[in-house]
Design a protein around this ligand. Structure first.
Ligand code: FMN
Length: 366
């Protein structure tokens, strides 16, 4: 199966299945001389690790990363960085039943139609566990972006109908609640909604917002390699993501030119924008302001309610899914959106110009 690689210069290839021996990624094209150790990666992986709250799958996995290549004496060598996370608590018997039918909202039917055969254990390659490789690669990209003074931060904007209040944003708060919402009141209301839906054996979706700060103007290539086009591909390739926006996004369709246009001003010889409805990208090229994107995430497809489906013999059946599942995917996908944004921006920065190591990334944290 082709399609497991992303990027041009900073190129990542993820591999592995949910219930196979392990999951990982190969990062090729990382500049040499960047301080990097396993702890730098582990901090990111811990943010998507399962079993950390009652709103995440109870599957217990330590998700400990091993760097197998591309790092010597705490620094990247410029050669492929291979990273491995071993699967530890596969319980494939939970999934033996789904070998014969198609779970609604999952990739079972389409994989079967395409290949005539599938690794049905936990969704195999279409599992949320595939995102481990993306997050590990994103941690490396974030380390390199630090040397440019670029930061990428994602958080939960909404869960179901509960949205953060932009006038109450508190980014320290996002580390205090299991939902990664930077608004204490909204996270409490969202938790109550989740409790209610979990009692009904149902699931909930939401929106993740991501901000990249410090990206200089000029990143992105006309016309098929636009920065926003590549960000859309990166984010839409994450399982369960059903919508993507830059800046005002879909709301711009109901706006007016007089409001939606970001004016320009000259301040001390520098060109500044008076607003940022465009979300930091014009004509596919970064304009120097914050890049703001959003991902709409669907409700977890595996729910414990009886559902209608079809088995491989074409018979109509009713199924009740077993196994361990996230009642909401959003909080665990926050770091995945952040990682894919970092990977894309770094790749396009490297395409836009040559990399000069400034030595300003944080030293190895081990
Ligand atoms: C971090 C993450 C965790 C996920 N966890 C689950 C889960 O526990 N149960 C489930 O049914 N789907 C889960 N998914 C979603 C499925 O992988 C996805 O919906 C499915 O493969 C179908 O793909 P599509 O939604 O992109 O069409 C998760 C996705 C991500 C990104």
């Amino acid at each position: 199966m082709a399609g497991s690689s992303f990027g041009t210069i900073f190129k990542i290839t993820t591999w592995g299945e949910s219930h196979g021996a392990g999951i990982g990624v190969i990062v090729d094209g990382c500049p040499a001389g960047i301080s990097l150790c396993e702890q730098d990666i582990q901090i990111y992986l811990n943010r998507r690790k399962p079993g950390q709250s009652r709103f995440a799958t109870p599957r217990k996995e330590e998700d400990c990363v091993e760097i197998l290549s591309g790092v010597f004496e705490g620094k990247t060598t410029g050669t492929p960085i291979s990273m491995l996370v071993k699967n530890q608590t596969q319980r494939s018997k939970d999934y033996s039943e789904i070998a014969s039918y198609y779970r609604p909202g999952h990739a079972d039917y389409t994989y079967d139609q395409k290949y005539g055969f599938r690794d049905y254990r936990g969704g195999g390659r279409s599992s949320g566990r595939e995102t481990i490789g993306r997050v590990a690669a994103g941690a490396v990209a974030a380390k390199v972006l630090e040397t440019y003074g670029i930061t990428v931060t994602a958080y939960t904007k909404s869960i179901g109908t509960v949205s953060i209040d932009p006038s109450h944003l508190d980014f320290d708060e996002m580390w205090n609640n299991a939902l990664y919402m930077p608004d204490a009141a909204a996270s409490k209301a969202a938790a109550a909604l989740l409790e209610e839906k979990m009692k009904e054996t149902d699931s909930v979706g939401g929106v993740i917002e991501c901000i990249a700060r410090g990206v200089p103007a000029g990143v992105g290539e006309p016309v098929f390699e636009k920065l926003d086009a590549n960000l859309a591909k990166a984010v839409m390739s994450i399982g369960a993501v059903k919508g993507f926006e830059i800046g005002d996004g879909f709301a711009a369709a109901q706006s007016f030119g007089s409001f939606n246009n970001d004016g320009f001003r000259s301040e001390n010889g520098e060109v500044r924008k008076t607003s940022n409805h465009a979300g930091g990208i014009l004509g596919g090229i970064s304009d120097g302001s914050d890049i703001i994107l959003r991902a709409a995430v669907k409700p977890t497809p595996s729910i414990f309610k009886p559902q209608e489906t079809v088995n491989q013999d074409g018979e109509n059946i009713t199924v009740q899914i077993k196994g361990r599942h996230d009642p909401i995917i959003v909080p665990r996908a926050v770091v995945v959106v952040e990682a894919m944004t970092a990977v894309t921006i770094l790749d396009m920065l490297l395409i836009a110009g040559s990399f000069k190591h400034s030595g300003t990334e944080a030293p190895c944290t081990e």
